[in-house]
Design a protein around this ligand. Sequence first.
Ligand code: NAI
Length: 400
Amino acid sequence: MKISQVCCIGAGYVGGPTMAVIAHECPDIFVYVVDDDKEKIKAWNSQNLNDLPIYEPGLKKIIKKTRNKNLIFSTDTDKAILDSQIIFLAVNTPTKLKGQGKGFAADLTNIENCAKRIARISKSNKIVVEKSTLPVRTAEKIKEVLKSKNKKIKFEVLSNPEFLAEGTAIEDLYKSDRVLIGGENSPSGKEAIEKLVNIYKRWIPEKKILRTNVWSSELSKLASNAMLAQRISSINSLSALCEQTGASISELSKAVGLDKRIGSEFLSTSVGFGGSCFQKDILNLVYLCKVYGLKEVAEFWHQVVKINDYQKKRFTKQILKTFGNSVVGIEILILGWAYKKNTNDSRESASIYVSTDLLEKGAILSIYDPMVKKERIKLDLKMVLEKRKNDKPQVKKNTQ
Ligand code: NAI
């Protein structure tokens, strides 16, 4: 099977940048990025590159070079599936809001729908690649769906989790610490792995490409995110102790980080981690541990999320204390709405939690973020704003 076309289902923070880089590095391969969200695809195709649906440093330059040459953004998912030899799945996998595992397990509806669609549409053999972060053993379920719905076609399922961080996505994609490709230990499984290796090899040194079994690859992604989030919660928990004892958290971070066994990354204290991944992935890990009867392990990781919630609440409490325990009518300026710099993503941003808390307690907020649109901020605060609908204006403006 010669790889002349690949497609990616899901044109979000992972699908968009990842496929743009593949298109840029593989000019002989057609790369289709498809999504059910028409508005998002329209934004990816907008003439003005400032209107792309996501902001990432360096992304506009690559899009300018590749879009409508060998990089196509489209809503025609069926055609993209039909014509591609490799299909990447980069759809969102949020925490389940109902049913078994509610509040912890990853909701795999989008993944299941993709698998059903691929099975229904495919007329030739396909390699299906999990890019989304998924619980360990999901590949098995995807394969089951594919096989049961289409008996004529041979499907190989690979796990190739994405380690990019928003805000540095393009740099991360070019200078990945490692690329993990998990596949079945069968001749066709190994062949599929090599097809994907051949794509990454164009710009990633081969020693950084790890071939593993599917389960290790799936679990490595959850484990990496859990370890990173754990460092943030560790330093944040110590910031509370510093405030009580007169120690300085920045001096502590520096002193601890200089120990080369620990290292300095992910040791800056903050109002708490945000973003769509850390909390969701740790909760998913907690759920997995519970399913396998590992209660203590589940509790250990759950504490990482609990400390994060504590840190966000602690921050609002400090503000309240400063104003004699009441912020009614107090005007407060919030600078920064995205969950971190260099992204327009506000999912799970600490700003949402802090602002909601402050609005509930009667404060008047002015909010500014150069990357996040006013409509997004209003949506993020929808519930609390509705509750206070009859009061005086609460969110004054975003100066954008
Ligand atoms: P996103 O929400 O930005 O994008 C997902 C896209 O998939 C959406 O545009 C949605 O419309 C589309 N979609 C969902 N179901 C679909 C379907 N059946 N057919 C067509 N399109 C469909 O999500 P994001 O942030 O790109 O994350 C995707 C996955 O990658 C998640 O599993 C996430 O955990 C993982 N991940 C995210 C990273 C991040 O920094 N955002 C980093 C590494 C992994």
